[in-house]
Design a protein around this ligand. Sequence first.
Ligand code: TXA
Ligand code: MG
Length: 350
Amino acid sequence: MKTETVVLNEQNIDTEVIERAGRILKDGGLVAFPTETVYGLGGDALNPASSERIYSAKGRPSDNPLIVHIYRIEDLETIAADIPEGAYKLAETYWPGPLTMIFHKKPIVPLETTGGLETVAVRMPSNRIAAALIKAEGGFIAAPSANLSGKPSPTSARYVIEDMDGRIDMIIDGGDSEVGLESTIVDFTGENPLILRPGYITAEMLGSVLGIAVGTDRAIISADSGLKPKAPGMKYRHYAPKGELTIVTGDPDAVRAKINELAAGDRSKGFSVGVIATKETAAGYKCDNLKIVGSKGKGEETAHSLFRVLREFDDDNTEKIYSEAFDETGVGAAIMNRLLKAAGHHIISV
Ligand code: TXA
Ligand code: MG
């Protein structure tokens, strides 16, 4: 299949291109597009054949449900049932934006889209290219992150092209993703709302709107592999760079000393070594491949660059990668969740 790549400017969207992309989706084709979190791989959410195509383009197991993207709140009730008051409050506050909510599904949503589940995940993205595309498509786009299964989610079109060229109809290049981590997922089908995947919208931000403390699925915060995550996708090895990633946590001086010691050992064995650090700590590393993910304590900056950096290590064929652990407050919970998955939970405490 020949994949067409088009560049769009979010501030000045070429409507002719959006109309054409919308038609491709209506006809059952696949279009990758930018969102504020990461790039999505879109298909018609109400067409079972489109969802099957998404799974095969990604090489993803078909029991892993897709998120349905809408462009206006009115459309939520077309696909979701039993929507509690709290969900409307969150929608009013954080939509459009990096928040996904799970509800019981209406029959119009095919089981192919929900990975066989009777529930549906819904998100309303704020990226204007995404919103225009969903509208042009007719309102409901199923979209997982636009990476091959297991790879870090793409935060620029370059990595979508790397993974999806020849597999889908069109790629819309809308520049770098603003947030850089996938949306926060909140499940509204249980007794209390529950975070199934942490993201930019934190537990505190959800709690302040709902007026109750919002918990996180225990299976994803513990390294205990015996617990089954409620979001099927969270059980897969994910975000993994090709090199072996190790996280080091503890007192900053001890972390620096440990990473330098491990890196020197690897280098003496002939491995290429990379380090993930912050602007403040970078100078302390003796390393040929040092990647800086923003300033210490600025979670937004780390979130924005983490997936790009993991991809760059692949480009550089880095074999051993060490990362400082990040503060888990605010968006830090999501950063450490992704980093731990990328490291296969390999973390050293010093
Ligand atoms: O920011 C995002 O959410 C991006 C952009 C493209 O919108 N999308 C994204 O999709 O990250 P994906 O497919 O890579 O991750 C969706 C996650 C998976 O872990 C999946 O198992 C979970 O959401 N999920 C989807 N529907 C679900 C459902 N009905 N019940 C439980 N988990 C669900
Ligand atoms: Mg994904």
